[in-house]
Design a protein. Structure first.
Length: 136
């Protein structure tokens, strides 16, 4: 019986110490009052994406889209047989020119990057084709 009293007393003391530390009247937040250092600013991808500086030709882009078998992964009503469902349905997402150029150039899993296998003009052309076809 004596052992039970000792354990109970220790438990009460432990809870008391915890409560005293948590209930001392001060407020603690997860955000510091001051920040040391700087927060990086977002950069525009156009510096790394030369195709954004070019004017694309939608007709030439249709040939690039077909030649790279983009329709195997993407759905695009304007492209014959383009009913893939691995990548996004371009008719539904209506991506912007910047999004198209970024994805085609740099890729994003599972899409491979085409920045080294296509010229900047070809990328601008396919972006113009997709944008024109989807109204994005």
């Amino acid at each position: 019986m004596r052992r039970t009293h000792v354990v109970a007393l220790l438990l009460v003391l432990a809870i008391g110490l915890l409560a005293a530390g948590c209930l001392d009247g001060t407020e603690t937040t997860a955000t510091p009052d001051t920040v040391v250092g700087t927060v990086p600013q977002s950069t525009t991808p156009s510096a790394d994406l030369p195709a954004l500086k070019l004017t694309g030709d939608a007709t030439a882009g249709a040939a690039v889209f077909a030649g790279q078998s983009c329709g195997g992964c993407h759905t695009l009503a304007a492209a014959k047989g383009a009913v893939g469902n691995v990548g996004p349905n371009l008719d539904q997402t209506k991506p912007s020119t910047e999004k198209i150029v970024t994805r085609v150039t740099l890729g994003k899993d599972p899409m491979p990057a085409f920045g080294k296998s296509l010229t900047a003009q070809q990328i601008a052309d396919v972006a113009a084709y997709v944008k024109q076809s989807t109204g994005g």
